[in-house]
Design a protein around this ligand. Structure first.
Ligand code: PAF
Length: 283
């Protein structure tokens, strides 16, 4: 695996692969790899000829006061894990390579960014995500890009970006990877103390409780959300949001017909955690 830092170098690696007739896969990341990231890299390895993993802690998607300065960083560890999982190129640019002096463009996606994490973290968050993802697609020009379904809203934002700007890249969303006790893997789980770690499992239990209600034949949002809220309350977790939304455009739904995205975010100790599940009406 090669580690490259400039746009020119990553483009040269991609051009070489294209000359050999290989397709190009991109796994955009901010590093601090866990099994979730590695599952994306392995999926890219299975389906594309050149696997590029980008590692860039994107400052524009953090608000002042968020964890940009403390976000876990260990490039040597990440590089070893990426290589073992099948990456060909680790693209780890410096901030000035991505945002050179005079950088003046922001990509704003409307419609799916105003709610959930967009409301909780502010509009700058998805502007930062959309801008850096658009740039990464411009730099690498992948055929396929791989994103984790844990960030369900981010997947919808990226799909909308690609559709609206006619970007020739297929977006593949990969399943959420969980710890043995159900906690969704996240780079931010390292912020959890042992006690927080136990309480954090309530997010997955809340989603599971909601799913059981739907499996029993109940489709009304109030009953489904009440079941989820009770699990969070039992663990002393106060959600930032707990909402049922349409899985394609995120409009709020009052019943699961035929499917709905149940999304939750909560602060547990020093970590802001998110999780979600697609609930399907019983047939
Ligand atoms: O999901 C992430 O890690 C980031 O939001 C992404 C897509 C790499 C953009 O910085």
């Amino acid at each position: 695996m090669r580690i490259v830092r400039t746009v020119a170098e990553v483009r040269a690696a991609v051009a070489e692969a294209r000359r050999d007739g290989r397709t190009v896969g991109l796994v955009p990341t901010m590093g601090a790899f866990h099994e979730g990231h590695l599952s994306l890299i392995r999926r890219a390895r299975e389906t594309t000829g050149l696997v590029v993993v980008s590692l860039f802690v994107n400052p524009t998607q953090f608000a002042p006061g968020e964890d940009l300065s403390t976000y876990p960083r260990d490039e040597a560890r990440d590089a070893a894990l990426a290589e073992r999982s099948g990456a060909d190129v680790l693209f780890a640019p410096e901030p000035a390579e991505v945002y050179p002096d005079g950088f003046a463009t922001t990509v704003h996606v409307s419609g799916v960014t105003e709610v959930l994490c967009g409301a909780a973290r502010g509009a700058h968050h998805f502007d930062g995500v959309a801008t850096v993802v658009a740039k990464l697609f411009g730099m690498v020009a992948p055929d396929v890009a791989f994103f984790g379904q844990k960030d369900a809203q981010q997947v919808l934002v990226v799909r909308r970006l690609v559709r609206d700007l006619d970007m020739p890249v297929r977006i593949e969303a990969c399943p959420i990877v969980r710890e043995a006790d159900g906690l969704a893997m996240s780079s931010r789980n390292v912020y959890l103390t042992d006690d927080d770690r136990r309480r954090a499992t309530a997010l997955n239990r809340a989603l599971a409780a909601a799913e059981r209600v739907v499996e029993s034949g109940e489709t009304g949002a109030d009953a489904v959300l009440a079941a989820a809220r009770a699990e969070l309350a039992a663990a002393g977790v106060d959600p930032e949001y707990l909402e049922l939304r349409d899985p394609d455009d995120l409009h709020e739904v009052d019943r699961i017909a035929p499917a709905a995205l149940l999304a939750v975010a909560a602060r547990v100790g020093a970590a802001r955690l998110i999780d979600n599940r697609i609930l399907k009406e019983r047939r």
